[in-house]
Design a protein around this ligand. Structure first.
Ligand code: PBG
Length: 324
């Protein structure tokens, strides 16, 4: 039996009906806001390709973190722009590093916000790669101890969750081992398990000053054409001790989010990255798209695909728009 008995439009007649039968309910409760910490005081420099997003010194980070918390967003993820760079990313493990000091300042301000840290070398190496270089290549095993020490320094400063984004093999296990050795067995690992080698990271590399000085990231980040491989990456990271996993970017990889959600029983996050944000902002500024409408549609789509957690530069705007 079909039309005229069945009329799907009956349930779309009013907002009350549409609201009653809505399958995906987007709230701020799953959003994470990314922030960029730089040296100095009173620094607040907008990233030109990411309108509304700033590189900020620790004092300013605390102020914006307070605002983020007041909007009902549960957490932030911190990226660092260090004072100095070298081949091994030494500034990434310093207790005096920008990220470490930002975490401490947020803790001191008694914010309840979850503090997640991005664990990677690309912002801290002079060559801009996510690992140390040996014989002209990004050396996997030699990078692991630096990543683990970086994660440990974040935990010591008071981070709740560490999020390795480097895509070295074995880094989750290496980080878990060092955290446990130092009695940080309760610090969770959110691994960027399925991170693709993507053109959508362009604006981020301006924001984080992390463009590779030679070559590209294709020898460690995933080929955009592969889906089965994402499931393998997730499986390996979970075996090594990841508590949650991320798919990144989000919009071109909704199928990956769905497959990971269906195949594993852990929280799944998606990173709605800088290039996805920049496209929406540019179109909105030209009057070509209704920003509020498309942002909420994008985030709803990412959640509908299966993401429990969404890292997004739109988090503050979305939280305001979603306020009951
Ligand atoms: C660092 C890192 C990157 C992003 C998050 N962590 C950049 C990269 O891998 O080049 C991208 C985030 C974004 O584009 O918003 N490894």
């Amino acid at each position: 039996m079909s039309f005229p008995t069945h009329r799907p439009r009956r349930l779309r007649r009013s907002e009350a009906l549409r609201d009653l039968v809505r399958e995906t309910r987007l709230t701020a409760a799953g959003l994470i806001y990314p922030m960029f910490v730089c040296p100095g005081t009173n620094v607040r420099q907008e990233v030109s390709s990411m309108p509304g997003i700033h590189q900020q010194s620790v004092d300013q980070i605390v102020e914006e973190a307070r605002e983020v918390e007041s909007l009902g967003i549960p957490g932030i993820i911190l990226f660092g722009l260090p004072e100095s760079k070298d081949p091994r990313g030494a500034s990434s493990i310093s207790a005096q590093g920008v990220v470490q000091r930002a975490i401490e300042a947020i803790r001191k301000a008694k914010l309840k916000l979850l503090v997640i840290t991005d664990v990677c070398l690309c912002e801290y190496t002079d060559h801009g790669h996510c690992g140390v270089i040996e014989n002209g290549e990004v050396a996997n095993d030699a990078t692991l101890s630096v990543l683990a020490q970086q994660a440990l320094s974040h935990a010591r400063a008071g981070a709740d969750i560490v999020a390795p984004s480097d895509m070295m093999d074995g880094r989750v296990g290496a980080i878990r081992e060092v955290l446990d050795e130092h009695k940080f067995e309760n610090i969770a690992i959110l691994s960027y398990a399925a991170k693709y080698s993507s053109g959508f990271y362009g604006p981020f590399r301006e924001a984080a000053q992390s463009t590779p000085q030679f070559g590209d990231r294709r020898s460690y980040q995933m080929d955009p054409a592969n889906a089965r491989e994402a499931l393998k990456e997730v499986e390996l990271d979970l075996e090594e001790g990841a508590d949650m996993v991320l798919v990144k970017p989000a919009m071109p990889y909704l199928d990956i989010i769905r497959r990971v959600r269906d195949a594993f029983e852990v929280p799944v996050g998606a990173y709605n990255v800088s290039g996805e944000y920049a496209m929406v902002k540019a179109a909105a500024q030209n009057g070509w798209l209704d920003e509020k409408r498309v942002v909420l549609e994008i985030l709803t789509g990412i959640q509908r695909a299966g993401a429990d957690i969404i890292l997004t530069y739109h988090a503050k705007d979305a939280a305001r728009w979603l306020k009951p």
